[in-house]
Ligand binder design. Structure first.
Ligand code: FAD
Length: 455
């Protein structure tokens, strides 16, 4: 009789280059499961993505993916007992809470003599493998990436081909995916899904399209939000529809020039975010730089609400926040501009921005979101200095000169003359929101607050 192996899918929703699934399929009859854990803190936009990604994966697995909702430990243990499962396999999570849940599950399984096998399917370099010569973790990106990661003798693992001819365990109690409650927000669901093709097949296509159409010029043009030089791969990467190893080696098939090198270094920033979260486990909650614990943040419900709704009166900010609400995504440069405006001009704590992004982003990712908000706030590792405050009007003129991005997301301004598109308040008779703050004095205020904690 063949051995039964339970394979636990998490944020690795693909077949190809899935080391855990590959291992399982060679070991015996596979029972693939997905658990929506009762303690999962997933945001609304991500739920939509997850729902559709699971549907796509289930189809690729010929309807053999089984859905569960509840307590992961109890579910896995009871499946093992009920079906005499001898081996449980998963790809490791690098988020502290999930990682300790996995350890707990592993311990309980070993106690009942179930074998456990774990793999790395989501990072190019495991956080524990990259340390400074004194044995401590890096805190600055460039040495982490260039000296720590790139100089390791082994290059990142090559993608594994996983055969689709998997022998599945016949499980007769499959429940419908709706049990997970991931697609309840029907209205938003419809709107956001217009912009995305979800699943492993589309992720691979998107990578190939980006390489042929967006990679040339990436280093310079990735900062322009109306351009075509961003891969838009982040939600696919977050949910594991494509692995960073697949991306890395696909890019490496082409001559390494300044564009591909830069693109890979952005993947490196993702690695750095996970690295920081691993070594500084409270990165999502606590200021990396402790002096920021004394920063005199202000909270103004009305200003925060206008920021969230894209009604600040500053078109680049409003366009970004409306892109987020409309599509579940914001361009990276614009993420930095809207975040800087919130934490610096409005002096609202980065936690509030982090939470709104968490709710609305389809790529919401604990490591990248926390590290990036702290980066913008100035409280993070290797962060932008607090005193460097983006001027949204200058940023807008620099990166959206003709206002194409603004016009796309702010229909009220679509007919505005280009000379007023960044500063509509300068044109008489224009019907647009007044700026909610004065850029000059709010900047001065922010600097004054920073001076209080500087030393
Ligand atoms: C305030 C703020 C919050 C953010 N929150 C998230 C988040 O929740 N999830 C998320 O994936 N990214 C986040 N980012 C990082 C970055 O904005 C997105 O990864 C990027 O915009 C995704 O678009 P793309 O796939 O077209 O990127 P590309 O330019 O095509 O980059 C390729 C990949 O590299 C990675 N990457 C690029 N830039 C960064 C970065 N600065 N930090 C970490 N990884 C990066 C992503 O995986 C991305 O898909 C945030 C940035 C800021 C400033």
């Amino acid at each position: 009789m063949s051995k039964t192996v339970l394979f636990w899918f998490k944020n690795d929703l693909r077949i190809n280059d899935n080391p855990g699934l590959n291992f399982s399929s060679k070991k015996g009859l596979v029972l693939p499961i997905y658990i929506h854990d009762e303690n999962s803190k997933i945001g609304s936009a991500s739920k939509l993505w997850l729902h559709n990604s699971l549907l796509s994966l289930d189809k690729s697995l010929d309807n053999n993916l089984n859905f569960f909702s509840g307590n992961s430990l109890h579910i896995i243990l009871s499946l093992c007992k009920k079906h005499n499962i001898e081996n449980v396999v998963w790809n490791k999570s690098f988020e502290p809470e999930l990682s300790s849940l996995e350890s707990k599950i592993e311990k309980s399984l070993r106690k009942i003599n179930v074998e456990v096998n774990k793999f790395n399917a989501s990072l190019l370099w495991e956080p524990t493998d990259v340390l400074k010569s004194d044995g401590l973790p890096y805190k600055v990106f460039t040495p982490f990436y260039r000296k720590g990661c790139l100089s390791l003798s082994d290059e990142p693992r090559k993608p594994i081909h996983v055969s689709r001819n998997i022998n599945f365990f016949s499980y007769n109690e499959k429940k419908p995916i709706d049990l997970l409650g991931l697609s309840d927000n029907k209205k938003w669901n419809k709107k956001i899904l217009k912009y995305w093709d979800i699943g492993e097949f589309h992720a691979k296509n998107k990578l190939l399209n980006f390489i042929s159409q967006g990679l040339i010029g990436y280093k310079k043009l990735r900062d322009f939000p109306s351009g075509k030089n961003n891969s838009m791969l982040s939600p696919h990467i977050h949910f594991g529809e494509i692995s960073v190893n697949q991306i890395w080696h696909e890019i490496k098939k082409h001559p390494l020039d300044k564009d591909s090198d830069h693109f890979l270094s952005e993947i490196g920033w993702r690695e750095f975010s996970y690295y920081l979260l691993h070594h500084f486990k409270k990165l999502d909650e606590e200021n990396f730089q402790k002096k920021f614990d004394n920063f005199p943040w202000r909270y103004d419900e009305k200003l925060f609400s206008l920021w969230k709704k894209g009604k600040t009166g500053f078109p680049i900010i409003d366009a970004g926040m409306r892109q987020l609400w409309e599509t579940g995504y914001i361009h990276n440069r614009v993420r930095m501009i809207v975040a800087s405006f919130l934490v610096k001009n409005l002096q609202i704590h980065w936690h509030h921005g982090r939470d709104w992004f968490w709710e609305c982003l389809v790529d919401a990712d604990l490591a990248s979101n926390s590290a990036s908000w702290q980066w913008v706030a100035g409280s993070g590792a290797d962060a932008a200095p607090y005193f460097r405050i983006f001027n949204p009007v200058l940023q807008s003129k620099k990166f959206d000169l003709n206002g194409e991005y603004i016009r796309k997301y702010i229909p009220e301004l679509s007919q505005t003359e280009t000379k007023y598109i960044h500063t509509p308040w300068e044109q008489k008779n224009i019907d647009y929101y007044e700026p909610i703050i004065d850029l000059y004095s709010s900047r001065e205020e922010a600097l004054k607050s920073y001076n209080q904690i500087k030393n």
